[in-house]
Design a protein around this ligand. Structure first.
Ligand code: OGA
Ligand code: NI
Length: 333
């Protein structure tokens, strides 16, 4: 069966889009976004010398929004620029070159080039194609899903992965200290150095009826944390207290999402953020989230030091793979 890529649909849909991409009024971004608001996802300077202040800022953001942006994060801007350059170049290859990396229909693995991962209510489709592959640890990498073209794809992605550890460690340390745990305990609860970094590239072609469609519908990430870099086309939105807010594009910032596993380990103190992505009428939007995840067979539950008689566990403990299975199949956790 031939799979229809959104990129191809966008090439012949110049004025209108197929019906299955048109959202109900409950979801249409133009109707459901808070306008002219002053509320914004917090921006945190990770290099500020006063660590306690950084911890407080991260705790506030993670408890109230479940999302924040970080600047002065230590990943060289050139490394990020090169990551984006090769990802964009891959999606600009002719279709048959991209199809060489297509996820096979029966495959259990998430890795590969594809369209529409989520099965959605009412059969609606998201205006996006994607490429998934792991970038860390080396033992988990399947290079068959890494594009050979452009030739610097591998080098640039490896460089980004290498530079991510500093930010990931710093974020876990702050999240841990913010709960009164030792600095390393949160990372250890997520698998320590065995945590898996799964890169996704979202490619959202320009969309003639952008106000009626969504690139990614509302969801929370299953990961521990997600670290995302977008191109310069704004589109990400975060939900706070039942309202949708645009997340401002800040050049060179990284956007951090608290995922479901951190919400669980923190026993609900940190919130996994409900978010979605809009598409743009004139421009292609691209984003590069890295899902930082526990190893699939690691059991994740509320941290034992955070539960007691007065604070009973709010979540079940289960293997990460089991959590993902239940969420993807929409069965109770
Ligand atoms: C995702 C996601 C948002 C974006 O892929 O999980 O939330 O800005 N993407 O592309
Ligand atoms: Ni997401």
């Amino acid at each position: 069966m031939e799979v229809e890529r959104v990129q191809e649909i966008a090439n012949f849909s110049k004025e209108t889009i197929p019906e299955e991409f048109i959202r109900t009024t409950y979801e249409q971004p133009a109707l459901t976004t808070v306008q002219g608001t002053v509320l914004e996802v917090p921006v945190i300077d990770l290099s500020a010398p006063d660590e306690e202040k950084v911890v407080r800022a991260i705790v506030d953001a993670s408890s109230n929004w479940g999302m924040f942006q970080v600047v002065n994060h230590g990943i060289p801007h050139e490394t990020v620029r090169k990551l984006k350059e090769v990802g964009k170049a891959f999606f600009e290859l002719p279709p048959h070159e991209k199809e060489a990396y297509a996820k096979s229909p029966g495959s259990q693995s998430i890795e590969g080039y594809g369209t529409k991962l989520q099965r959605e209510v009412e059969g609606k489709k998201a205006w996006v194609d994607h490429l998934f592959h792991k970038i860390w640890p080396p033992s988990e990498i399947n290079y068959q899903f890494w594009p050979k073209n452009p030739p610097s794809y591998r080098k640039n992605n490896e460089e980004y992965a290498k530079h991510m550890h500093g930010v990931v460690d710093k974020l876990f340390r702050c999240l841990s200290l913010g709960l009164g745990l030792e600095g390393n305990e949160m990372k250890e609860a997520m698998g320590g150095d065995n945590m898996v970094y799964l890169l996704k590239i979202n490619y959202y072609p320009q969309c003639p009826q952008a106000d009626l469609a969504l690139g990614v519908p509302a969801h929370t990430d299953m990961s521990a944390i997600t670290i995302l870099v977008p191109n310069d086309v704004q589109g990400l939105q975060a939900c706070k207290d039942d309202h949708w807010y645009d997340v401002e594009y800040i050049p060179n910032a990284l956007i951090v999402h608290i995922g479901d596993q951190i919400e669980i380990v923190s026993n609900g103190k940190y919130k996994s953020v409900l978010h979605r992505a809009k598409v743009n009428k004139e421009k292609t939007r691209i984003s590069w989230p890295v899902f930082v995840e526990p190893p699939s067979d690691l059991e994740v539950g509320p941290h034992p030091k955070l539960v007691n008689e007065a604070n009973p566990p709010k979540f079940k403990s289960k293997k990460y793979s089991q959590y993902c299975f239940c969420k993807l199949n929409k069965t109770p956790q």
